[in-house]
Design a protein around this ligand. Sequence first.
Ligand SMILES: [Zn+2]
Ligand SMILES: [Zn+2]
Length: 136
Amino acid sequence: MRVHGSCHCGYITFTSEGDPERTVVCHCRDCQVMSGGPYRSIVPSDEAAFELLTGELSIYHKVGDSGNARELAFCNQCGSHIYATSKGGEGIARSFGLRTGVLAEVAEFVPMFQVWCDSRLPWVTEFNALPGKPKQ
Ligand SMILES: [Zn+2]
Ligand SMILES: [Zn+2]
């Protein structure tokens, strides 16, 4: 489905594609730190489907818990996180992990799977029935 996103201050707006059936909760330590919450909810989207409508994304580079280089796009005016993706390169079709909280359609993205359960906080029990993996 088509999704419409905006950061908190409205500087960044975009549209993209996202399949609610692929919504994932990530319990990795980086998501906890960077979101400021106990976990993060993400939906994959093809880079080709992502269309930035306003603003200019800032990119933070990190090495993920997986050991892979990651690029994290955010709004440099208000700090909202927009997506994470792999390191770019010519001819590489990337997947953007959209942060569902910035989507107008957030309520439709009900988590279906969970990853990095090794670092899931013990009191986060609402996803106990979801299939998951200990790491990525
Ligand atoms: Zn903003
Ligand atoms: Zn994560």
